[in-house]
Design a protein around this ligand. Structure first.
Ligand code: NAD
Length: 334
């Protein structure tokens, strides 16, 4: 049973190979993204392709996979905006994902970004290494008593909310499908407009869908408090980057933390330190002193990688044994 990986990094090889001793699948690893340029490298009768956030599973790619006998696309991530699910169904290819490998990993990274931007620990670290113990420029604010807006109260949003409540914040949340069972002191579901109006910090935790593409744009930014902090660990396409740059230049946005970026597939998960980056938007973003960019690392903990490999290999084993109905809830997408 052959499983071909795309966008495979050394840590993917390690975690999957270690756990594969239990399954004995034949694993092929490609470092490149899956796309039309490489899809023909998939060997005939490969059972499964295992992909990540920036692999492009378009109709064209899926049709070629089907012609090679691929029966399963296993996403080793939660988001699936990069897969044409209709095409997978038409081509009789099942699709599975890892819906919750570690919500806490992502939530904790969002908090790390929030705290770094606020208390400027990244600047302090560099400063004291040069024996500069001055505090000028390091002024932050107390999180205690501030209002945090959370868009999307699924697994990650809830983990983030619990941490923020622990800091003594008031948390307002907007979700298309609010969870009536999720209640806590100082936590309130509100409508989108109230969240924009009231929040000191807004953190995005909803999936990217055609409907919410660029949900943070110039008009929406104009309805937020001046000096807003925005954290995006969800998907880059939720934010119109040009509008965000204008918001940063005007001072309306005082802090922006992004772990995801709409053009990230050309940049993230690679060492480009000796390369000329042609993407002027990311270069502009990285030039702001009040912007913190991380390269889609929010999920990147030992616990999450173990869970990703465990759930993915288990799903592949069940689907290959004709037991897709026994795969845990939320894992099968098509
Ligand atoms: P989830 O499915 O548990 O929760 C998503 C929530 O968003 C749901 O409650 C849903 O009702 C809500 N929602 C959907 N559309 C919405 C909209 N238009 N406006 C407001 N709310 C909306 O998902 P999750 O596990 O919490 O993950 C959230 C997102 O985080 C994923 O879709 C993925 O894009 C991102 N993610 C990022 C990383 C990373 O490493 N940076 C890792 C994992 C997931």
């Amino acid at each position: 049973m052959r499983v071909t990986f795309f966008s495979a990094k050394p840590y993917d090889k390690k975690f999957f190979s270690d756990l594969n001793t239990k399954y004995q699948f034949e694993l092929d690893f490609f470092e490149t993204h899956l796309g039309p340029h490489i899809v023909n490298a998939v060997k005939e009768n490969t059972f499964c392709v295992c992909v990540f956030v920036n692999d492009k599973l378009t109709n064209e790619v899926i049709t070629i996979l089907a012609s090679k006998g691929v029966k399963l696309i296993a996403l080793r991530c939660a988001g699936f905006n990069n897969v044409d699910l209709e095409s997978a169904k038409r081509n009789n290819i099942k699709v599975c994902r890892v819906p919750a490998y570690s919500p806490e990993a992502v939530a904790e990274h969002a908090v790390a970004m929030l705290l770094t931007l606020n208390r400027k620990t990244h600047k302090a670290y560099n400063r004291v290494r040069e024996q500069n113990f001055s505090l000028d420029g390091l002024l932050g604010f107390n999180l205690h008593g501030k209002t945090i807006g959370v868009i999307g109260t699924g697994k990650i949003g809830k983990a983030f909310i619990k941490i923020m409540l622990g800091f003594g914040c008031r948390v307002l949340a907007y979700d298309k499908f609010p969870d009536a069972n999720f209640t806590a002191p100082n936590f309130f579901y509100v409508d989108f407009e109230e969240l924009l109006r009231e929040s000191d910090v807004i953190s995005l935790h909803c999936p990217l869908t055609p409907e919410n593409h660029y949900m943070i744009n110039e008009a929406v930014l104009s309805r937020m408090k001046p000096g807003i902090m925005i954290i995006n660990t969800s998907r880059g396409g939720l934010i119109n980057t040009d509008d965000m740059i204008r918001g940063l230049k005007s001072g309306k946005v005082a802090y922006f933390g992004l772990d995801v970026y709409e053009q990230e597939e050309k940049l993230f998960f690679r060492d480009l330190s000796a390369t000329i980056i042609e993407d002027d938007r990311i270069q502009r973003l990285m030039s702001f002193p009040n912007v913190l960019v991380t390269g889609h690392q929010a999920f990147f903990t030992t616990e999450a990688l173990t869970e990703i490999a465990t759930v993915t290999l288990n799903s592949i084993a069940l689907v290959s044994a004709g037991k897709a109905d026994q795969v845990a809830d939320g894992v099968m997408l098509a």
